[in-house]
Design a protein around this ligand. Sequence first.
Ligand SMILES: Cc1cc2nc3c(=O)[nH]c(=O)nc-3n(C[C@H](O)[C@H](O)[C@H](O)COP(=O)(O)OP(=O)(O)OC[C@H]3O[C@@H](n4cnc5c(N)ncnc54)[C@H](O)[C@@H]3O)c2cc1C
Length: 308
Amino acid sequence: MYNRGRRAELAEKLREMLPGLDLVVDAPMSEHTSFHIGGPADILATPGDEDSLRRLLLWADKAAVPLTVIGRGTNLLVRDQGLRGLVVRVGRGLDRADVNDGTISAGAGLALVELSKLAASRGLDGLAFACGIPGSLGGALVMNAGAYDGEMKDVVERVEVMRPDGTRAWLSKGDLDFSHRHSALQGGGLLALRAELALRPGERSAIEARMAEFDRLRAEKQPLEWPSAGSVFRRPQGHHVGPLITEAGMRGARVGGAQVSEKHAGFIVNRGEATAADVMELIERIRAAVRARFDVDLAPEIRIVGEG
Ligand SMILES: Cc1cc2nc3c(=O)[nH]c(=O)nc-3n(C[C@H](O)[C@H](O)[C@H](O)COP(=O)(O)OP(=O)(O)OC[C@H]3O[C@@H](n4cnc5c(N)ncnc54)[C@H](O)[C@@H]3O)c2cc1C
């Protein structure tokens, strides 16, 4: 961990370089993740435009300051000692969307829910599945987010990325190597900046009716009343995670403040004061139980970052 003086010095340099930058020193990640868990980020910056983003990346690269990029923090477990170096949040300011016939070009900071509503309002079909996924477009591209009848790979044409040195490139759908909750953007050191999505014409009322049905199903099946990071595990081939966990006897199991949801066993919920260590311990217990009962290895879907 950088000491207090070093953190203040780095923040000072950034404030000189980018006056007006939204920047917080020792930002508790529990306030920036849907799990409400996680130690402090040394520096959390939310760039308000693309040029500030480029300069931040370049600065971190040159100064060899560790960099973590986040969106809305809805698929993240941040460990209890937090994140070292610079955390860049891609959100407000990088969330512009332009609609052109059947194509939407949107910034990675746009909330997926908003993007889904925008598409429906313009009579464009293909993003109804995304109406209840609480992340950003950037996070959805990285995770190939999906639900019900669709996933990002069905609509993405190409993605513009920023490299650590601030240069940019377009990646085509083929380059992105999408598969179940996976894309080439995972762990590749590239920041997703914007995407072009190809949608098909549809009837607004019919699309919105499907979205309302998806919302109803989600509220019925998912523990939305508790903080979580969505489904914890990827779906193993030929199985469904919830039934595996239930039949392995782990539904409702608890470690500290972390609990396997009674409503949907694929979710771990924060019942109050859960720590990342509680969640990690519970994940290991679930994996061991499922392995012992079914000889199936569950791999986490959530992204686990930071120091433990
Ligand atoms: C209640 C609930 C329900 C959910 N339901 C679903 C669902 O139905 N389907 C589904 O797929 N997911 C679901 N999720 C998980 C989550 O919403 C998605 O994975 C979402 O796409 C994550 O987006 P985010 O902006 O929150 O990303 P974050 O959690 O902030 O980040 C996720 C990963 O992406 C990286 N990242 C984020 N933005 C960028 C960027 N611009 N450039 C490069 N890397 C980036 C991060 O480093 C991290 O590795 C759910 C979560 C919750 C809490």
